[in-house]
Design a protein around this ligand. Structure first.
Ligand SMILES: CCCCCCCCCCCCCCCC(=O)SCCNC(=O)CCNC(=O)[C@H](O)C(C)(C)COP(=O)(O)OP(=O)(O)OC[C@H]1O[C@@H](n2cnc3c(N)ncnc32)[C@H](O)[C@@H]1OP(=O)(O)O
Length: 216
């Protein structure tokens, strides 16, 4: 798949931000607040917080948003206009409350890198990141690395090795880099490391040059 006008390491300066950082718009601020709510719901005291009132107020907010939601087909067209994926994907999207969100920059050697601190909503083993969340993050990092490397595709296979439990509540650095292209097949590698450089998870992905058409 051609990456079109998407920046690549050959045509863009080092440090180019490849994701959409939150821009202070109302939707980004609302999404940030929703993330806080998800985190706070998991942290709050089950006995003392007024959860019945919280449920009522959150349902009222959801009703307001649903009342103003266009048909899904229409919303998908709008969503995929312009920059598309990076504002709503579940890893980097500032408009997606499921996304931490991770901000990725492109480096001159063709790799991409981002740092994120994950909290309780992403927990698997006690105090540590869920393995599926690590795979989700790395799949996306590899996808962005492919675009930065100049050749994008869909994930065909993602081999994941969990070297040690990945800690919550401390900065993690994620990197990815396109390693090779063989016809339509793209091989890409990446990992998650702690601040002192310990590898927690490493992946190798096979991507195939194919895309699903944008809705119109
Ligand atoms: C406009 C763009 C701007 C970019 C801007 C980017 C910025 C923003 C980045 C977003 C980053 C998102 C990153 C998330 C990426 C996903 O989440 S993608 C979603 C998850 N993946 C899928 O849903 C894919 C589902 N699978 C499929 O659609 C198809 O099976 C595939 C993978 C496309 C391959 O199908 P196909 O096109 O028919 O290809 P096929 O002929 O079967 O295979 C081609 C070759 O690959 C090999 N192959 C295929 N699958 C496998 C496999 N699993 N294992 C080993 N070999 C395999 C075949 O053996 C064949 O090899 P050769 O014979 O050529 O040597």
């Amino acid at each position: 798949m051609s990456v079109g006008t998407h920046p690549t390491f050959e045509n863009s300066p080092p440090g180019t931000v490849l994701t959409s950082p939150p821009d202070g718009s109302a939707v980004d601020r609302a999404t940030g607040a929703a993330r806080r709510v998800v985190d706070a719901l998991l942290r709050t005291d089950r006995g003392n917080a007024n959860l019945a009132r919280v449920a009522e107020e959150l349902n009222s907010i959801a009703e307001h948003l649903e009342e103003h939601a266009p048909a899904v087909a229409e919303r998908l067209i709008d969503m995929w206009n312009g920059e598309g994926v990076t504002r709503h994907d579940p890893v980097t999207g500032p408009e997606n409350a499921l996304a931490p969100p991770l901000v990725l920059e492109g480096l001159p050697d063709g790799s991409v890198r981002g740092t994120v601190t994950l909290t309780i909503p992403y927990q698997g083993p006690p105090g540590h990141v869920h393995g599926g969340v690590s795979a989700l993050l790395l799949d996306h990092v590899l996808g962005v690395a492919n675009a930065w490397g100049g050749k994008a595709g869909m994930t065909a296979q993602l081999s994941t090795r969990y070297h040690r439990p990945t800690p919550l509540f401390e900065p993690l650095t994620l990197t990815g880099k396109l390693i090779s292209v063989d016809g339509r097949k793209i091989t890409t590698a990446g990992d998650i490391r702690t601040a002192d450089g310990q590898v927690c998870v490493s992946v190798e992905g096979l991507f195939v040059d194919k895309s699903v058409p944008r809705p119109r």
